[in-house]
Design a protein around this ligand. Structure first.
Ligand code: GLN
Length: 313
């Protein structure tokens, strides 16, 4: 049975969730990227965009923050458009790793195959698959695709980019390891730099909800009306988000909500309700898996209140 809800119910559920979790003090900002540790921990925004293009926002929904790993779910659209789901599955994989997002052990256990485009290794492999004569041309494609989803120009948060570029030795190690196993398809240093820039793009919670709304609408941005990804790729991308979107908490999330979602260590989470809407929430403090505590709790509350879990029919 499909639960129907009005837009008033949606806004009310968002307001209630914001009021309930604004005082939550659990979690800590990411500190392994020094600039992220500086973000105000009290920042808290919630947004929604329906497949009809109606937009709703509560709290700090217009505050820009680094998209970080949420970008992986949108560069995936570009990689899948170019190479197709089958080739990506062979070159990257489509399974959960069961390990943290920057795990080297997960790679070693699978002969260097990343298993999913939504962990650092798989996302770098996806970046290395984007065609271009040189790094700048690849960058134009990646940034251009994310902007198509956001329906607006996006800019790199230079402070986060510099901070991450100075400290991303672990990701460099992963890229070279991938290269050694034959699962990186471009130069490792160029790839890590492009990946780091992509993670440093600023978005607002409202933009994030609109990005997700394209996936809710079969690959068409409901505000601009532009196609963001081929329709046939959307089910695979959402399946990847179900499997790995919240890393080692993907199972907990799925038990609670039954919906595809993707988090980033900047504190954002986007969640797609296929055929209906996308929800996004942002607040910097994270739990030990790297997921925003307030964002997870608020989205879970809204999904429950509106009966959006497709498994709970
Ligand atoms: N840029 C971050 C990293 O590579 C992204 C991680 C994340 O958001 N989970 O570690």
């Amino acid at each position: 049975m499909k639960t129907t809800h009005s837009n008033n119910d949606l806004l009310a559920a968002m307001q209630e969730a914001h009021a309930e979790f604004a005082s939550c003090r659990d979690g800590k900002n990411a500190s392994y990227i020094p600039a992220l540790a500086e973000a105000p921990p009290e920042n808290f925004g919630i947004a929604a965009v329906t497949v009809e293009g109606e937009e709703f926002a509560v709290g700090d929904a217009e505050t820009p923050f680094a998209i970080e790993s949420i970008s992986k779910a949108f560069n995936l659209a570009l990689a899948m458009d170019v190479h197709g789901p089958r080739e990506l599955r062979a070159k990257i994989g489509a399974e959960a790793t069961g390990e943290p997002f920057n795990s080297v052990i997960a790679l070693e256990l699978h002969h260097g195959k990343p298993l999913t485009p939504l962990v650092n290794a798989g996302a770098m492999a996806a970046v290395s698959l984007i065609p271009g004569e040189h790094g700048d041309e690849v960058w134009e494609r990646i940034a251009g695709r994310l902007e198509l989803f956001a329906g607006a120009p996006l800019s790199v948060n230079e402070e986060v980019y510099r901070s991450e570029a100075e400290t991303n030795h672990h990701n460099k190690g992963i890229a070279w390891l991938l290269k050694s196993y034959g699962y990186l398809y471009n130069d490792p240093d160029t790839t890590v730099d492009l990946y780091t820039r992509m993670c440093s793009l600023n978005v607002t919670t409202k933009q994030l909800a609109l990005m997700g709304a394209s996936y809710a609408r079969g690959g068409v941005n409901p505000v601009t009306g532009k196609r963001t990804v081929q329709k046939k790729c959307v089910p695979e991308i959402l399946a990847d988000m179900v499997m790995e979107g919240l890393y080692t908490e993907a199972g907990d999330w799925l038990y609670a909500n039954g919906l595809p979602a993707k988090s980033g260590v900047g504190g954002g989470i986007v969640c797609v309700v296929p055929g209906r809407l996308a929800l996004a929430a942002y607040s910097p403090p994270l739990d030990s898996a790297g997921n925003s505590v307030r964002a997870m709790r608020a989205l879970t509350r809204i999904i429950r209140k509106l009966g959006l879990n497709p498994f709970a029919c």
